[in-house]
Design a binder for this molecule. Structure first.
Ligand SMILES: Nc1nc2c(ncn2[C@@H]2O[C@H](COP(=O)(O)OP(=O)(O)OP(=O)(O)O)[C@@H](O)[C@H]2O)c(=O)[nH]1
Length: 593
């Protein structure tokens, strides 16, 4: 380790949502004079307006701070911000791989929660030094001793005297945090004179500057005049600009082993650069890249269709968002009922919601989203390879199916003891299978294996309301498992409406079928004639209700002839009804109960 490196610390703050991560980050930037107190009022790390609305950090950003300790020595503190919501766990692992240690922050009014445990495990798995911190000790409701007990329970290598107690809000105890970062987190130890090896841990697309990556240099050094090679796709690029966020972009001529910084590449295709990739020098490359990350797979899919705007405008909006958010995948699709649109792949319902809001806020686009679904793995007769179905409309005919599997997650929930029965009922109503039950302090940690589809339909909110806000959730992929899933088609006036097709477990089909047709009969715009709404499963109508006709006074068109009615009944005709968003919301509601 060089003298220069001895003065660098790369760390992140990990915490359950709302436990005070952004507040502590602000305090650290303020106490190291990176920003003034007035500036932190705007919570600089949360810079997207959607993040403001949801009060969560979606995109990570790294900030370089300079800390001068009590001996007058100046350290470089690179603080890497991590996202806090379950849907964004993969981004946490990414940011962690650029650090050498973490601050594990726990709100003393809430104690250790599901995401505290999940994040702790990610840090442990990455072999990072963990500094446990109890936050919000100024709050009247703080239970400091209980929270310390829970932390000791979480990791028996923690010692009570090492747990820091702070108020990120007032700054009380934050001095000790700054000292602990210096004393406990190791300085980086890369070879400054070796060949360049830098990890891309974040990537962002800027329409003017091209792809901007955030990197951690493990070995070697980088000059702003260098030509770099992105090893995964063998793409070469001249560096346009490089430097650090402090917190605004600050240009630098050199970055060296141990440093964290950004590079503006000028590469115009965001998909060419992968997070987890290794950067080396084009004219003096290393032989082997750093171990990368696994690709992120979408968990849920939904159709996105323009409403009151043109398909081409939606296309522009979606492509731009796709450049910025590699976890958001999409491809064009055509629906008979809704016209041209896209099938989007998302990390979860929350991610879907964010994309929808960003389309609205950043591009002024009103978007209709269809019912979300997960991937289904279907084995069909006379085929060796199973089909991966991402759109219910492609779910094979029941006569062809040998077996259907769907992805299952492990859902880890922490909750107070007395809520166990309610939560078990909720999880079991969603086809959950209990796999583990453990205690952390006074809380229970319950693990269920559950289909993604059941978690995706608003399970998080249900869990919150069933537990009066006390229970928390973290999820991870488990495996594909066989499920008795069937396809439900909805026909209005004897014409199937493709956009309303969905897949669900057989045990729920009768109930949901009945509820859906009775809701749809009120939501589908009326016509001159009455129209039957049917739910069809395996070739059979399992329920039916009729949309009443418009009353004469409301009717403006001409009457439908007997002949036309007859044609409709015989027919494989196209549906021409208009589908309001409420129709899709009603189906989603029913699936989630
Ligand atoms: N009383 C008190 N409140 C605090 C303290 N630290 C944070 N808060 C409050 O707790 C709430 C959540 O704090 P944030 O810093 O936004 O939490 P976060 O963990 O960054 O949240 P996400 O980015 O959404 O994960 C805010 O209302 C803060 O003002 C503290 O030390 N004492």
């Amino acid at each position: 380790m060089s003298n220069r490196q001895a003065l660098i610390r790369n760390f992140a703050i990990i915490a359950h949502i709302d436990h005070g991560k952004s507040t502590l980050a602000d305090r650290i930037m303020e106490m190291t004079n990176t920003v003034s107190e007035r500036e932190t009022e705007a919570q600089l790390l949360d810079d997207l307006s959607v993040e403001k609305a949801h009060g969560v950090t979606v995109k990570s950003r790294t900030v370089r701070n300079y800390y001068i300790d009590n001996t007058g020595t100046e350290y470089q503190y690179n603080l890497i911000d991590t996202p806090g919501h379950v849907d964004f766990n993969y981004e946490v692992s990414r940011s962690l791989s650029a650090t050498d240690g973490v601050l594990l922050l726990v709100d003393a009014t809430k104690g250790v929660q599901a995401q505290t445990v999940a994040n702790y495990r990610l840090a442990k798995a990455a072999n990072l030094v963990i500094i446990p911190i109890v936050n919000k000790i100024d709050n009247m409701a703080a239970e400091v001793d209980k929270t310390i007990e829970e932390l000791l329970d979480l990791d028996d290598s923690f010692r009570e005297e090492d747990i820091l107690k702070i108020s990120a809000k007032s700054g009380l105890g934050v001095d000790a945090v700054l000292e602990a970062i210096r004393d406990r987190i190791p300085a980086p130890a890369g070879d400054e004179s070796g060949k360049l090896k830098a990890l891309v841990f974040d990537s962002k697309f800027d329409p003017y500057k091209g792809v901007i990556v955030q990197v951690r240099l493990f070995d070697g050094q980088l000059k702003s005049s260098d030509n770099v090679l992105f090893m995964a796709n063998s793409i070469k690029s001249q560096i346009k600009e490089m430097g650090v966020f402090s917190p605004l972009m600050t240009p630098l001529d050199t970055l060296q082993a141990g440093d964290v910084g950004f590079i503006v590449t000028g590469i115009k295709d965001a998909r060419a650069v992968r997070v987890g990739d290794t950067i080396t020098l084009a004219n003096n490359p290393v032989a082997t890249p750093l171990p990368g990350y696994e690709d992120v797979e979408p968990m849920v899919y939904a159709g996105l269709y323009p409403r009151g705007s043109e398909f081409k405008d939606l296309k522009i909006g979606i492509e731009k968002l796709g450049l910025n958010d590699a976890a958001f995948q999409y491809e064009p699709e055509q629906s008979e009922a809704l016209g041209m649109g896209f099938r989007g792949g998302f990390l979860g319902i929350f991610h879907l919601q964010i994309i929808r809001e960003r389309l609205q806020e950043e591009f002024g686009l009103d978007v209709l989203t269809t019912m979300p679904n997960s991937t289904y793995r279907v084995t069909v007769k006379n085929e060796d390879e199973p089909l991966y179905v991402e759109n219910p409309i492609q779910f094979p005919d029941y006569g062809q199916i040998v077996k259907v599997e769907e992805p299952f997650m492990l859902a880890k929930m922490t909750l107070p003891n007395e809520m166990l029965n309610d939560i078990m009922r909720l999880a079991e109503g969603r086809r959950g299978e209990l796999v583990d039950l453990a205690t952390i302090g006074s809380m229970l940690m319950v693990t269920y294996r559950m289909p993604i589809s059941e978690i995706a339909y608003d399970f998080f909110n249900e869990l919150k309301s069933a537990s009066h806000g006390f229970a928390t959730l973290s999820t991870e992929f488990d495996s594909y498992q066989e499920s008795d899933l069937v396809r439900i088609d909805i026909a209005v006036d004897y014409a199937k409406v493709d956009a309303l097709t969905f897949v669900m477990h057989r045990s729920k089909v009768d109930r949901v079928g009945n509820e859906i047709v009775s809701k749809l009969k009120d939501l589908i715009p009326r016509k001159l004639q009455s129209m039957p709404v049917q739910a069809i499963v395996e070739g059979r109508a399992i329920s039916r209700a009729d949309v009443p006709p418009l009353r004469k006074a409301q009717a403006s068109g001409t009457k439908v002839s007997k002949k036309q009615q007859q044609l409709r009944r015989q027919g494989q005709k196209k549906s021409d009804i208009e589908l309001p968003q409420a129709v899709f919301d009603a189906i989603l509601d029913m699936n989630s109960n």
